[in-house]
Design a protein around this ligand. Structure first.
Ligand SMILES: Cc1ncc(COP(=O)(O)O)c(C=O)c1O
Length: 334
């Protein structure tokens, strides 16, 4: 590829491609508003968060306005991996426990902690294997459950996960899951699963983490965050990919309680996390989503493609979906 603009990419032979694959340039490749925001700020001030500057609280307030009131603190970092790493540190500090419950096929990043909590990585034939502080439960995909019993899938998988939790004698730091499991083949968690499971996680002393690196920022159409589609509010939310439209930025959003426990430990500092250029870019992405009504657009385009897929399904493609999905999950390039 030689160049890109909005939804298009161009190769060196003059071919134009519709980019339906990239899940990072959220508001379009090289969006002029985002480019201008970054260029202008880079010429003004670019430093780190040991200094005070207006853009940091301005962007933080705007981002937090998209969350329920209980989630009122944000920590800026440079990637989704870094954000998940930090989220796990916060959960372990807050709870005093080490154990993390994860989902089959989950992927949460490339740092050592990221790999420890990612079945997609540690369970790869060349992977490190499952560590003793990891408790893995089945992927609660509604279409992995018995045909015709889709409405029971959520409670079925939640009951199994609750049984696994009750047999755990080590105490729990966190449960982490994506609302739609990307490396599992974009599998939405079965309805009711998180609603049934979250109270038990908390009863066992753990916190609930939603990894919204892929699902966040309005791309689900009907919801701005993936956790909203499950009718629950997590204790920690992890952000990345679309947040900077290609510029490296991530964040951990959490409650005052968890942020306070974390602040009582070793000081948190990141040289580049929350720098003015990243904040300017992040803010321009949020403004573009709003001004161009991109969440609504995702709903319209998403429904259009969903209907086309339903037509294909009626033609008999449904029987092949599981083998198709499994090969996709092992070959996808996340
Ligand atoms: C769900 C999820 N979490 C975390 C990450 C890691 O983010 P990054 O690649 O920005 O480190 C990814 C990346 O693909 C992801 O899909």
């Amino acid at each position: 590829m030689q160049a890109s603009a909005f939804q298009y990419m161009y190769d060196g032979y003059g071919n134009t491609f519709l980019d339906a694959y990239n899940n990072i340039p959220h508001v379009g490749h090289g969006h002029p508003r985002v480019v201008e925001a970054g260029q202008k700020q880079l010429a003004k001030l670019n430093t780190n968060t040991r200094y005070l500057y207006d853009l940091l609280p301005k962007y933080a307030d705007k981002l937090l306005s998209k969350f329920p009131k209980s989630l009122d603190k944000v920590f800026f970092v440079n990637s989704g991996s870094e954000a998940n790493d930090l989220a796990i540190r916060m959960a372990q500090k807050h709870t005093g426990n080490k154990k993390i419950m994860v989902l089959e096929h989950g992927y949460h990043g490339h740092t050592q902690t990221g790999i420890d909590i990612s079945d997609y990585k540690f369970n790869n034939p060349k992977g490190q294997g499952q560590k003793s502080h990891i408790l893995k439960v089945d992927l609660p995909g509604e279409y992995h459950y018995q045909e015709g019993k889709i409405s029971e899938a959520g409670s079925h998988y939640a009951d199994k996960a609750i049984d696994a939790l009750r047999s755990n004698k080590d105490g729990l730091a966190a449960f982490i899951a994506e609302p739609i499991v990307g490396c599992g083949g974009q599998v939405p968690l079965a309805p009711g699963y998180l609603k049934a499971l979250y109270p038990e996680i908390r009863k066992q002393g753990g916190v609930c983490i939603s990894d919204e690196v892929q699902t966040g920022f309005g791309r689900l159409g009907s919801w701005f965050w993936g956790f909203e589609m499950h009718g629950i509010v997590p204790d920690i939310v992890v952000l990345g990919k679309p947040m900077g439209n290609g510029h490296p930025i991530g964040a951990v959003v959490t409650s005052s309680d968890i942020a306070t426990s974390f602040s009582n430990g070793v000081e948190f500092f990141s040289s580049f996390g929350g720098n003015p250029v990243s904040c300017a870019i992040g803010l321009s992405v949020l403004e573009t989503i709003e001004e161009e009504a991109l969440q609504e657009r995702a709903k319209t385009v998403g429904s259009y493609y969903k209907n086309l897929l339903k037509t294909l399904q009626k033609k008999g493609f449904s029987n092949r979906r599981c083998s198709w999905r499994r090969s996709l999950s092992w070959n996808s390039a996340y």
